[in-house]
Design a protein. Structure first.
Length: 192
């Protein structure tokens, strides 16, 4: 089922068609977000399908699609249907979710870690900082350090500073656990 047919089914008067369209959208997973973003980007803003697609994107809750939203970053302007889900999804990432963002998608997120975007999109930058640090993206550290030392919005600077502290603490904690494991006698299998 193509994305236009799914959108038509979601607004159908038939409950059966609505259910089938909803299931088809869910079955597409992250690809559904990509297709919706593409449809919105290439449709007239008053198109009813585009309006519905924007609404679906703004309310997107599946963290598996975070990469699709990162792909849609094309500065200097960012549409709200990309910002809103990223602000919600990035802080939910865990270390295991690093696989959800490939190098191109991470680079798109890195491209926003500058002062000019801290002023325009503070909530998004805070989410990007948190998300990239949660997945332990070392390539983001120089940009995050720059924001932590800058005169940008206080909340962005604070988020960068706190994130770097957590990063350093996590690294020290890992080193401490590794050292403790090395110090244990070979027969000692005690977990700490």
């Amino acid at each position: 089922m193509d994305i236009e047919a799914i959108l038509d089914g979601l607004v159908s008067k038939s409950l059966g068609e609505q259910v089938a369209a909803s299931q088809a959208l869910q079955a597409l997973g992250p690809e559904a977000a990509r297709r919706l973003i593409h449809l919105v980007a290439h449709s007239h803003s008053e198109d009813p399908r585009a309006r519905l697609a924007r609404e679906l994107l703004v309310n997107w809750s599946d963290v598996q699609a975070v990469g699709a939203f990162a792909e849609a970053i094309h500065p200097p302007t960012l549409p709200y249907y990309v910002i809103s889900p990223l602000e919600r999804l990035l802080p939910r990432l865990t270390g295991e979710d690093a696989r959800l963002l490939d190098s191109v998608q991470r680079e798109r997120l890195h491209s926003l870690l500058y002062l000019q975007y801290a002023e325009r999109y503070p909530g998004l930058l805070i989410a990007i900082i948190e998300g990239l640090l949660r997945i332990r993206d070392e390539a983001a550290l120089p940009s995050i350090r720059r924001l932590a030392e800058s005169f940008c919005r206080q909340q962005v600077r604070s988020a960068a500073q706190e994130g770097l502290k957590r990063w350093a603490f996590g690294r020290e904690e890992c080193i401490g656990q590794f050292s403790s494991a090395l110090d244990r006698p070979r027969g000692d299998k005690t977990e700490r």
